[in-house]
Write a protein of this length. Structure first.
Length: 202
């Protein structure tokens, strides 16, 4: 690649509703999918970029999707002290053409999802579960992604919808409010069988 003609990597930060998470947005497509790394070992297995970020003592979680990386910091650090360093690390990594995710990551995640889906949609509530998942994917996911996070439907059991929050939404104080007032309200209106929405910790 001729670096003289390549456009420079631009990078800026965006606040998220979670004070412990910050969104680092680039002008490059990093990954067409979602990759959530809450444990360093998982990052080292699949994402050289996430592993590189975990080398910093203040990084607690890395979430990669589309053109941004959401980083969750350890609570005993201040963004003012670490934000510029993280910006430099990400910018340099992308400029150098560093590998974001290893080959086979999407397939491995699809396989895990497929196993989960076969459990999710079996039994008498299978059709309802599918409807709930579609509603979450259509109406909730896009809004949550704007905030640097993600929501995944886990299962539907006896009136309760179980979801998992990822990225900046994981452990965010306001995600509980979003979950209860926004998502639960909408699902109850659209699927009367839904009694509550509960967040599962991954």
């Amino acid at each position: 690649m001729n670096t003289a003609t390549a456009s420079p990597v631009m990078l800026y930060t965006e606040q998220t509703p979670n004070p412990e998470s910050l969104k680092f947005v680039t002008n490059r497509m990093l990954y067409r999918g979602t990759a959530d790394f809450r444990e360093e070992a998982f990052a080292r297995e699949w994402s050289p970029l996430a592993a590189h970020l975990f080398d910093q003592p203040f990084v607690k979680g890395v979430y990669i999707t589309n053109n941004f990386v959401s980083i969750t910091k350890e609570f005993n650090y201040e963004w003012a002290d670490i934000m510029l360093k993280l910006k430099d690390i990400i910018k340099k990594y992308v400029e150098d053409g560093g590998e974001v995710l290893k080959e086979g990551f999407a397939e491995a995640m699809q396989q895990l999802d497929a196993e989960r889906v076969s459990q999710q949609f079996s039994g008498e509530d299978g059709e309802l579960a599918q409807r709930i998942k579609d509603l979450i994917d259509t109406y909730v996911k896009p809004a949550v992604e704007m905030d640097g996070g993600n929501i995944e439907f886990q299962r539907f059991d006896k009136g309760t919808v179980y979801v998992q929050m990822q990225g900046s939404c994981s452990g965010c104080p306001s995600s509980t409010v979003t979950l209860k007032s926004g998502i639960e309200g909408m699902l109850k209106r659209m699927v009367p069988e839904v009694q509550e929405v509960v967040q599962e910790m991954g």
